[in-house]
Write a protein that binds this ligand. Structure first.
Ligand code: ZN
Ligand code: ZN
Length: 280
């Protein structure tokens, strides 16, 4: 199986520009936003744009693609207006994904902001159930660093969300972010702890439900609950941790996507090269 590794690339100037940017950094799969990451407006693509993007993906052998939802989405919120906006936004993103031939939407489950864990999980399930998920798209819940009232810090909690929803299981998957897992207290560097994490994933959510990995090193200590991404191998997960993750037989066939920093001189190109170097 072809090893799939790519980066979160910009769609500025048109969604088709993502393919060229991906090529420049040496990726063969990738992630985009369908609009602004900090706004509610989701791009509406014409049939022509959709077909063009699908053709470009095929011609350049870049697959799969993921749309990362906007950071404003919070399905766990007790506030009705925010909840409604979040559902509508996710629906627009799902529709955009269908049009572009993008296989997955990944989103952060949200924060209950004081209403309590149970209420938050119920709300997330309600939100998922009110979505009309297109045939060709799967909705992915991303594990989180777990700061404050943010839900989805543990794999068990992600499972609770999936179980609480009536949506068929095969329409909901999981994206595992290495920086978030490390921040949440999971061990990626030491053999024993890493095995324990794999076992927890297997038992709590099932490996078949894990569809995508986000590869990010972390600027902070394990268990810090802080979400500060670092270049691969240069943070607290380090080369040893990434060797474990990308070569684990449980993960080796998954598409892996980078969300490493882009504003400090080092590009995705070096990070993708590093991942290929660490791959057995
Ligand atoms: Zn994310
Ligand atoms: Zn991520």
């Amino acid at each position: 199986m072809t090893f799939r590794v790519g980066a979160h690339v910009s769609v500025s100037g048109g969604v088709e520009k993502a393919i060229e940017r991906q090529k420049e950094v040496g990726g063969n799969c990738g992630q985009i936003f369908a609009g602004s990451p900090r706004g509610w407006k989701v791009a509406e693509y014409s049939d022509e744009e959709g077909e063009n993007f699908q053709e470009l993906m095929a011609d350049n052998d870049q697959k799969p693609y993921v749309i990362h939802s906007t950071y404003l989405v919070n399905l766990a919120t007790p506030k009705d207006d925010l909840f409604e906006k979040s559902v509508n936004c996710l629906q627009d993103e799902l529709d955009a994904a269908e049009k572009l031939g993008v296989k997955y939407i990944v989103f952060h489950p949200g924060a209950h902001t004081g209403s309590g864990r149970e209420n938050g999980i119920e709300r997330i399930a309600e939100g998922i159930d009110s979505l009309d998920i297109p045939e060709s798209v799967t909705l992915l819940l991303e594990n989180t660093a777990g700061k404050g009232t943010t839900l989805g810090k543990t794999f068990g909690e992600l499972r609770e969300m999936i179980d609480s929803a009536d949506t068929p299981d095969e329409k909901i998957g999981v994206c595992i972010d290495t920086c978030h897992a490390h921040a949440a207290g999971y061990e990626l560097r030491e053999e024993k702890g890493f095995r324990d994490m794999l076992q927890e994933i297997e038992e709590d959510i099932g490996l078949e439900r894990v569809k995508v990995l986000h590869l990010n090193d972390s600027k902070d200590e394990k268990g810090s609950e802080k979400d500060n991404h670092e270049h691969i191998g240069e943070g607290n997960i380090g080369e040893k941790g990434f060797r474990n993750v990308i070569n684990a037989e449980q993960f080796e066939d998954l598409p892996m996507m980078l969300e490493t920093p882009t504003s400090d001189g080092k590009s995705y190109k070096e990070n993708i090269e590093k991942i290929r170097e660490l791959r057995d």
